[in-house]
Design a binder for this molecule. Structure first.
Ligand code: FAD
Length: 402
């Protein structure tokens, strides 16, 4: 028998699959636009639940959520103002123009889901295995019907597989654990670039409660034997310990997960099924940050769904949503694609670190492109070019006379 919305009607206005940041934001976006909407929020996990992540929450995330009436999600957690970037002997420690937070996803995601429920979403624990379009409706594998579905079911999205089958984009793989915060890493986010397939870096992010989120990730080589599976837990932990010595022995709660990285152009099919966050392949290819994209696209998906439902034309949502995301992130995604390509070369990473050390403006621009929706600004391009030229024209070290 077909499950029905709580008020007895057959069809939900909106079903959101996945209640992570993208899904909860989609429910909030829809209900903020149209408070009476019947929104079902499904997740295979019960909340609170852990999610393998660096737990770094950019200020842009809170900007987006304020737009749908959500505030206070970081209450009780410590803002961080310092970011250290390094590779081999190049180091810059800069002051962030706006603070970032490191909040365990077990806490952050549960708080966000609570807000979605408070706004009127109905939360149910259910694993979805497929969706299909029937006329102008979308039907889930268990028969649940919706006018619009948002697929926010993460990196291995089944909703995406149902509506946009095809090769996935580039992916990275990363492992994270929790370790006591050392005095040297107190109150800061530390990122140390590695020398394997780029992006590759180790991180230690102080949560402010005595523990740090620590981890290491790198690009998956899809052409490697075993479909890129050559990255083992042992290898990832060895790299972390090599780059940030002393991190691994005292850490626990290790988990690894894929990161679907964004590409040059972002695609979204027409129709009533919208993809957001990791399900839409939206993780910054330079930094691995995805929570901002998840909430930004989640809110847009919710708003576009609400508008299409109000117009009585659920299938129009896909087109409107594609346009809205491209307006918000289209150019930024191209700029991050270029930056990620350039930073495959170690001399460019070094030039970026030196340029950020010489100019607060360049440091700020790098942070904006890495955490938010920034672009390659003229001063960032000039700073990088100057450092690259400096290195190229630096006299070669003279041999020591015998
Ligand atoms: C190691 C690592 C470190 C990272 N560090 C950072 C960081 O510091 N900052 C940052 O901004 N980003 C970081 N990211 C990226 C960030 O974790 C993701 O971009 C973010 O979680 C995306 O949110 P989402 O809601 O799209 O997906 P998710 O958070 O993955 O949520 C998807 C939800 O869907 C549910 N689900 C999945 N399949 C189904 C199904 N079939 N049926 C029902 N429910 C389902 C899951 O249970 C889950 O709750 C990191 C990622 C990794 C792997």
């Amino acid at each position: 028998m077909m499950p029905a919305p709580e008020d007895g009607r057959r069809t939900w206005d909106l079903v959101v699959v996945g209640a992570g940041p993208a899904g909860a934001a989609a429910a909030l976006g829809a209900l903020h636009a149209r408070p009476g909407l019947r929104v079902l929020l499904l997740d295979r996990a019960g909340f609170p639940r852990d999610k393998c992540c660096g737990d770094g929450i950019a200020p842009h995330v809170f900007d987006v959520l304020r737009g749908v009436g959500v505030d206070g999600l970081a209450n009780g957690w410590t803002p961080l103002r310092r970011l250290e970037l390094s590779r081999e002997d190049q180091v810059v420690t800069g002051r962030l123009a706006r603070p970032v937070w490191v909040i365990p996803r077990e806490v952050f995601d549960a708080r966000l889901v609570d807000r979605a429920v408070a706004a009127g979403a109905v939360l149910r624990r259910r694993r979805v295995s497929a969706v299909r379009r029937v006329g102008d409706r979308v039907v889930l594998d268990d028969g649940t019907e919706a006018r619009v579905v948002v697929g926010a079911d993460g990196a291995h999205s089944v909703v995406r597989a149902s509506v946009a089958p095809g090769p996935a984009g580039r992916r990275a793989l990363a492992i994270r654990g929790y370790a006591p915060t050392s005095a040297a890493r107190h109150r800061r986010q530390v990122i140390r670039y590695g020398d394997r397939r780029q992006p590759s870096y180790a991180w230690a992010f102080d949560r402010g409660d005595g523990l740090s989120n620590v981890g290491y990730g790198e690009l998956v080589d899809d052409h490697a034997e075993g479909g890129g599976a050559g990255l083992t837990r042992t290898l990832l932990l060895e790299q972390l310990e090599r780059l940030l010595p002393g991190t691994v022995p005292d850490a626990d709660r290790w988990r690894a997960h894929h990161l679907p990285l964004s590409g040059w152009r972002w695609e979204q099919p027409d129709g009533p099924v919208l993809l957001s966050g990791d399900a839409a392949g939206l993780i910054n290819p330079m930094t691995g940050e995805g929570i901002f994209y998840a909430v930004a696209t989640g809110v847009l998906a919710g708003r576009c769904a609400a508008r299409a439902i109000a117009d009585g034309d659920g299938p129009a949502a896909g087109h409107a949503y594609r346009d809205a995301v491209r307006r918000l992130l289209g150019r930024h995604l191209k700029h991050t694609w270029v930056t990620a390509r350039l930073s495959r070369r170690p001399e460019v990473v070094d030039a970026g670190i030196r340029a950020a050390g010489r100019s607060q403006g360049v440091f700020d621009d790098l942070v904006e492109i890495g955490l938010g929706d920034g672009r390659i600004t003229p001063r960032l391009a000039a700073g990088l070019a100057t450092e690259l030229v400096r290195t190229a024209t630096r006299p070669a070290p003279q041999p020591i006379p015998r």
